[in-house]
Design a protein around this ligand. Structure first.
Ligand code: ADP
Ligand code: GLC
Length: 488
C-alpha cells in the first residue's frame, strides 16, 4: 500500500465539543485527529449553529458564495478554529437563515421543514470552502444523510473543480436517510438524470442517503456486523437491496475511543480517578453517583446505568417493559437521556414512587461520565446499533455492559462464560422483554454471587484498547481504494 499523504476534507453535521447530539460528533472529532497523527492533512467542516459562540472562533475576512439553483448565489460567513488539543483546523459555515436556530435538526418536537435545503446548502458550501482556501482535497469524506449529496456533487456540479478527488461516505445510522420532496434536485443542480431508483429516487421522493450510496467511490459503516446487517430485510430500512448492489465498495470499520476524554485515570468529571492498579476510586464514584441521583449510598448494591437517546433504536420500550420487575430486586438503576415524550414521562413518573431509581432528563456530559465511572453495569439493549460508543467507554471504566447482540455491540462485547471465566459483558439475542429481564438478572446474580469472576472480568475489560489510530489505518486503505476507483 502506498504511504502517500492525503488532503482530506471531512464534512459532518456535528462535531464534539462544538455541537453534539450523538456518537457522530465524537467520531467527527476523533477520526480527523487520528488521521492527522498518521500524517494526513485533514480539515473538518460543519455548520455554525447558533449555539456555537462565535466569540471563541476566528472569522475569515471574505464571505463564501454558495450556488443554490434558482435562488442564485447565497452568501455564508466562515469561521475557523482548531479541534481541542490538536492542530486540525475546523471550519464553520455561517448562514443565519439556515443555521441561526437553537436546534441542530429540529425544534425539540419536529424536524425543521427545510432540512433538505439546509444541508444541500452546507454540502455545496464544503466545495466552495475548499476553493476559497485553495485546498485541493484528495478525499471528500461525507457522513450520514446530511452530507450524502457530496459524492454526487463531486461527480456532477463540481467535477471540473476537483477532478482528482474521490469521495467516501460513512453510514453512522441507516434509519435516517434524508427524504425530501423531489424538487430538491433543482437546488442540488445535479440534473434530473440522477432522479432514478438506482440513485436518488425513492417512492416519488429524493432520498439523499440512497443517492450518496450510489455515487460515493467507497462507503463505510461503523462496525463489521452492521456492514452485514444493513444488507438484510431486518436492518436495511428499505435500502437492503440497494446496499447489496453496492456492497463491493462497502467496508465495516469499528469506531475507536478518544481515551483523552474517556479514561477513569484522568477523567475530570468524576469524584475520584482510578485505574486497574487501584480501584478504590470506583467506589467513591459509585457513592457520588448515588448522591447525584438521590439514591441511598450503599456500595454493596448492584447499580446499573443507562445513557442515551430515549428512542426505539436504544431499546427504550424494552427497558420500560421490564424496569418495574427489575426494581423489585435489590438493584439500583440510573438513567440519563432525552427523547420521545412518552418515555421521558414514563421514567419521570417512575422516579416518584421507586426509591431505587434515578433519572436525569436532559443532556449532561458530566453526568454521562459519572455514570460510566460509578455504575457496576451499563445497560444498552439496542434494537439496532451501528457501532455504539457507550459500551466501549464502559469497558475502560470497568462498568460491565449488558447488551443486545447487534451491530457494534455484538462486535465489541463477548458474553460472560462461567465455565471458562471469559467475556467482557452480558449479551442477549432476542429483542424481547424476557430476554432482557433474564440477562440483567443473570448479570446481577454474577455481581452478587460470583464476585471473583465479576472482578476479573472488570479488570480484563479495563485493559482492552479500541484505538482510533488502528481505525484510521483502515480508513487509509479505504481512501486508497476510493482513489483507485477513479484511476488516481
Ligand atoms: P448514538 O450516536 O446512536 O446516540 P452512541 O453510543 O454512538 O449512540 O453515542 C452516544 C454519545 O452521546 C455518547 O458519547 C453518549 O455519552 C452521548 N450521550 C447520549 N445521550 C446523552 C445525554 N443525555 N447526555 C450526555 N451525553 C449523552
Ligand atoms: C450513530 C449510531 C451509533 C454510532 C454512532 C457513531 O449515531 O447510532 O451506533 O456509534 O453513530 O458512529
Amino acid at each position: 500500500m502506498s504511504n502517500r499523504k492525503l488532503n482530506i476534507l471531512f464534512a459532518a453535521s456535528e462535531v464534539t465539543p462544538f455541537a453534539k447530539t450523538g456518537g457522530l460528533a465524537d467520531v467527527a472529532s476523533a477520526l480527523p485527529k487520528a488521521l492527522h497523527e498518521l500524517g494526513h492533512n485533514v480539515k473538518v467542516v460543519m455548520p455554525r449553529y447558533y449555539l456555537i459562540n462565535p466569540d471563541n472562533l476566528e472569522k475569515l475576512p471574505a464571505p463564501l458564495g454558495v450556488p443554490m439553483g434558482c435562488m442564485g448565489e447565497l452568501w455564508a460567513g466562515v469561521y475557523r478554529s482548531k479541534l481541542p488539543n490538536s492542530d486540525v483546523e475546523i471550519y464553520f459555515i455561517d448562514h443565519e437563515n439556515y443555521f441561526g436556530r437553537d436546534g441542530l435538526y429540529d425544534n425539540g418536537y419536529e424536524s425543521y421543514n427545510d432540512n433538505g435545503d439546509r444541508f444541500i446548502f452546507f454540502s455545496k458550501a464544503v466545495f466552495q470552502l475548499a476553493k476559497m482556501l485553495n485546498f485541493v482535497p484528495d478525499i471528500f469524506h461525507a457522513n450520514d444523510w446530511h452530507t450524502a449529496a457530496i459524492p454526487a456533487l463531486l461527480k456532477t456540479r463540481f467535477r471540473h473543480d476537483f477532478a482528482y478527488a474521490s469521495s467516501v461516505l460513512t453510514i453512522h445510522n441507516l434509519q435516517h436517510q434524508g427524504i425530501f420532496d423531489k424538487e430538491l434536485i433543482k437546488l442540488m443542480e445535479i440534473g434530473w438524470e440522477h432522479y432514478t431508483p438506482f440513485e436518488f429516487e425513492s417512492m416519488g421522493n429524493i432520498n439523499l442517503l440512497k443517492g450518496g450510496i450510489a455515487m460515493a467511490d467507497a462507503i463505510t459503516t461503523v462496525s463489521h456486523k452492521y456492514a452485514q446487517e444493513i444488507q438484510t430485510l431486518e436492518y436495511g430500512f428499505g435500502l437492503q437491496w440497494h446496499i447489496q448492489a453496492h456492497s463491493y465498495k462497502l467496508f465495516g470499520i469499528l469506531n475507536g475511543v478518544d481515551y483523552s476524554e474517556w479514561d477513569p485515570l484522568h477523567d475530570r468529571y468524576i469524584a475520584k480517578n482510578y485505574s486497574i492498579k487501584d480501584m478504590q476510586g470506583k467506589k467513591v464514584c459509585k457513592k457520588d453517583l448515588q448522591k447525584t441521583f438521590n439514591l441511598p449510598q450503599n456500595e454493596d448494591i448492584a447499580l446499573i446505568g443507562f445513557v442515551g437517546r430515549f428512542v426505539e433504536q436504544k431499546g427504550i420500550s424494552l427497558i420500560a417493559s421490564v424496569i418495574n420487575s427489575l426494581l423489585d430486586h435489590n438493584i439500583q438503576i440510573v438513567m440519563l437521556g432525552t427523547g420521545e415524550k412518552w418515555a421521558e414521562d414514563f421514567f419521570n413518573h417512575l422516579n416518584f414512587y421507586r426509591e431505587n431509581f434515578g433519572i436525569y432528563i436532559g443532556y449532561s456530559n458530566e453526568i454521562a461520565h459519572k455514570i460510566e465511572a460509578g455504575a457496576d453495569m451499563f445497560l444498552m439493549p439496542s434494537l439496532f446499533e451501528p457501532c455504539g460508543l457507550n459500551q466501549i467507554y464502559s469497558l475502560r471504566y470497568g462498568t460491565l455492559p449488558i447488551v443486545r447482540a447487534t451491530g457494534g455491540l455484538d462486535d465489541t462485547i463477548e458474553n460472560f462464560d462461567i465455565e471458562t471465566g471469559k467475556g467482557n459483558g452480558f449479551k442477549f439475542y432476542d429483542a424481547t422483554p424476557p430476554a432482557l429481564l433474564n440477562t440483567v438478572l443473570w448479570a446481577v446474580d454474577t455481581f452478587y454471587n460470583h464476585k471473583k469472576e465479576f472482578n476479573a472480568m472488570q479488570k480484563r475489560a479495563m485493559q482492552e484498547h479500541f484505538s482510533w489510530i488502528d481505525s484510521a489505518k483502515e480508513y487509509e486503505k479505504v481512501y486508497e481504494y476510493a482513489l483507485k476507483q477513479k484511476g488516481l
